[in-house]
Design a protein around this ligand. Structure first.
Ligand code: SF4
Length: 95
């Protein structure tokens, strides 16, 4: 079976004590795709408030940006393919 989307990296999701703040660029991106309102409140489709709360306390060591990224930002990243058993399947294209 051939996969339609390539996964270059399998990135483990880790728990963080304190949520990682979204960057200004990430916020602008989220607002432009309608996933954040003017007040900066996240509105992710299909994600319940409970899930969102958990997602905010998760992070990945992003292999593309070479830094720690909050999972919310990773989730909306164009490289995000899927999340399976605590790992992100990442397309790995340059951002
Ligand atoms: S999906 Fe995006 S943020 Fe997440 S690990 Fe891949 S490149 Fe980094």
């Amino acid at each position: 079976m051939s996969e339609s989307v390539q996964t270059r990296y399998t990135v483990p999701i880790k728990a963080v004590e304190k949520g990682i703040k979204l960057t200004t660029e990430a916020k602008a991106e989220l607002q432009s795709i309608g996933m954040m309102d003017d007040k900066g409140k996240l509105k992710l489709k299909g994600v319940s408030p409970k899930m969102l709360k958990r997602m905010k306390l998760e992070a990945v060591d992003c292999p593309v940006l070479k830094q720690e990224i909050g999972f919310v930002q990773c989730y909306v990243c164009k490289n995000f393919n899927s999340r399976i058993t605590g790992e992100v399947n990442c397309r790995g294209d340059p951002l």
